[in-house]
Design a protein around this ligand. Structure first.
Ligand code: GDP
Length: 320
């Protein structure tokens, strides 16, 4: 039986990945940090089928113990401090968790169980504003990280490539563009907007306050992206892949389409706050996932308007 170890099991991606692995008969060991209040709402429906274990990417010993005990075939490192504004207010914590955390895991694998295949969650934020004109970003594009989060992710990204070369480990990075779902945290703009639209529609609030409306992102569905993670780990040789839809939209598009789901005009309900504007904003990200398509046979199934509709409807159901 295949055993997969998933860090960040209680997050959005961990929850979709766990569902998919369980449906394939994979034994899932879910790793999470001890918190005073458990945060298991995304994985409640699979909790009885997952081996939950406490460990922390800050604590090398806890990772050694886990890898030693389970000797997993696959390891998915999804745990991170992943919110860009928090990385400005807590840059050192972000460097520790998002940058150094993966290296502790790599060290545990290298020393205890080098046969394990490791997936590292890299991020399109590593590209910063390197996109020229109307192009798109692939595995060979230039990195220009524009936040402490992006710098930390890029460090881990390069370390994965170094461990692969130097030690011959099967370790890969997925450069995932923004991926969303009804299970996204409320701090991210897609879920914040879906939630705001539902509240306005149900009469719980009059408006929604946002920062910049012009930035563009390549937004896909998280469940499609967790399929790509697995395909990367099961490929014949280890490589890094961009995972993206190839289509970008502005925050304004997002808001317009989300309010249209409930037949409303976004201009009647959206307010602006300077406090939500970002330092060093990344103005546009659009990915080119040709390598993942050609080599892994991966394509996304959910498009942007389908994703937004799904998120608004889920929010209406949750609040209604
Ligand atoms: P990110 O691309 O990983 O930073 O994902 P986010 O969902 O946090 O942000 C996506 C884009 O939405 C960024 O360009 C933000 O500046 C923009 N944005 C505009 N208003 C908001 C807001 O109120 N909250 C968030 N999170 N992002 C906002």
């Amino acid at each position: 039986m295949t055993t997969a170890l998933v860090t960040g099991i209680s997050g959005q991606d961990g929850s979709y990945l766990a569902e998919q692995l369980l449906s394939q008969g994979v034994r899932v060991v879910g790793v999470h940090r001890r918190l005073s209040a458990e945060n298991f709402w995304r994985i409640e429906h699979v909790l009885d089928r997952v081996d939950l274990r406490y460990a922390d990417l800050h604590d090398l010993g806890s990772l050694y113990d886990l890898v030693e005990e389970y000797r997993p075939d696959e390891i998915y490192n999804l745990a991170a401090q992943s919110f860009v504004p928090t990385s400005w207010s807590q840059p050192i914590l972000t460097a520790e968790a998002t940058g150094l955390g993966p290296i502790r895991l790599l060290e545990a694998v290298r020393r205890v169980h080098p046969k394990a295949r490791v997936y590292q969650a890299s991020s399109s934020e590593m590209f910063g504003n390197s996109l020229d004109g109307d192009g798109s970003l692939n595995e060979r594009s230039r990195f220009a990280p524009a936040s402490p989060y992006a710098c930390a992710k890029l460090y881990a990204h390069h370390m994965v490539a170094n461990y692969r070369k130097a030690y011959g480990l099967f370790v890969v990075s997925g450069i995932l563009f923004n991926h969303e779902s009804p299970r996204r945290g409320l701090e991210f703009v897609t879920r914040k907007v879906a939630n705001g639209v539902a509240k306005v529609h149900l009469g719980l609030t009059e408006s929604l306050t946002l920062g910049a409306l012009s930035p563009r992102r390549d937004w896909g569905f998280a469940g499609d992206y967790t399929r790509a993670m697995q395909a990367m780990l099961r490929a014949s040789s280890p490589q890094d892949y961009v995972v993206a839809t190839g289509v970008d939209h502005s925050v304004e598009d997002l808001v317009r389409i989300a309010f249209a789901v409930v037949d409303r005009d976004w201009r009647d309900h959206v307010e602006h706050s300077e406090s939500l504007m970002r330092k060093n904003e990344v103005v546009r990200l659009r990915g080119d996932a040709s390598r993942a398509r050609d080599e892994l046979g991966w394509t996304p199934e959910v498009d942007f308007s389908g994703l937004v509709r799904r998120m608004v409807e889920a929010e209406l159901e949750r609040l209604g």
